[in-house]
Ligand binder design. Structure first.
Ligand SMILES: [Zn+2]
Length: 269
């Protein structure tokens, strides 16, 4: 298991990479997003971003804007969105990322039926997944809540598109989430990446580990029984100490205190 952190696109990317490096993260998950990490910006600052990543030996993952539809009822709108995805794929490729995560967004059922939404999502994902694969990227789809695909709909999707899942643990634990256990039971073999953050059990709060109602120890144990890979801490707090604390907490729960301390000695001989 290795631990990463995600940039806030409203802040400078390079400064945040330095911060993640100083905190001993293993990789940065770069969300390629408006306003300060758009594909054009990344292209222009490619060398500086890569230098910053390499100076801490940080790996790279990528994330797409979470507010773009993949099932829009207007074909021309979906086409325009897809071409934005292509730009972001190129930027991800430039940064050496392999895994790239996509969020789903559905419109209100009063505008578009669930059936139409699902049908469009499958055909868009077929297209995008093929394109990403041709560019050497592993396109992953992330769970949200009732506004997005359900576990049953994910099963339908995966029977038609051979892609992986980014399991967002926090999203499974909101009032409208379907619960971590259910996701692990139904979709464990599809999980290729994980997002982890805490909440109060109602909304998608993106709190530091331990600051909400999530049973962190139980969650890490359940996760560890089915998965061993990249885990990004999606802690949305202006104070980076909460992110650092969350990293230490996850590292200790996963590897045990002894190994955590040994690794620290290794970093500061
Ligand atoms: Zn997430």
């Amino acid at each position: 298991m290795i631990i990463g952190a995600m940039n806030n696109p409203h802040k400078g990317l390079i400064e945040q990479i330095h911060l993640f490096g100083e905190m001993n993260f293993d990789y940065a998950e770069v969300t390629i997003e408006h306003p300060h990490a758009r594909p054009e910006w990344i292209e222009r600052h490619k060398k500086d971003v890569l230098d910053a990543l390499q100076s801490y030996n940080l790996g790279t993952l990528a994330h797409l804007p979470w507010y773009f539809s993949i099932a829009h009822p207007y074909e021309r709108v979906q086409k325009a969105i897809n071409s934005e995805f292509t730009q972001a794929f190129r930027a991800a490729q430039m940064l050496g990322a392999q895994k790239i995560t996509l969020h789903t967004e559905t419109l209100s059922p009063s505008i578009q039926s669930r059936e139409s939404s699902m049908q469009n999502a499958v055909s868009t994902l077929k297209l995008l997944h093929k394109e990403a694969t041709n560019m050497g990227l592993d396109l992953l789809i992330e769970n949200l809540d009732a506004k997005s695909l359900s576990i049953e709909e994910f099963k339908t999707l995966f029977s038609q598109v051979d892609m992986g899942l980014t399991l967002d643990v926090g999203h499974t634990q909101t009032a409208k989430g379907e619960g971590l256990e259910n996701y692990l039971r139904a979709l464990a073999p599809r999980i290729r990446h994980v997002h982890l953050h805490d909440n109060m059990g109602q909304n998608d709060d993106h709190l530091p580990l331990g600051a909400g109602r999530m049973e962190v120890e139980k969650v890490v144990k359940a996760l560890k029984s089915k998965y061993d890979g990249t885990i990004t801490l999606e802690v949305h707090s202006d104070d980076p100490h909460y992110l650092e604390y969350s990293r230490q907490r996850l590292d200790i729960l996963w590897h045990g205190k002894k190994k955590h301390l040994e690794d620290q000695n290794y970093l500061q001989p």
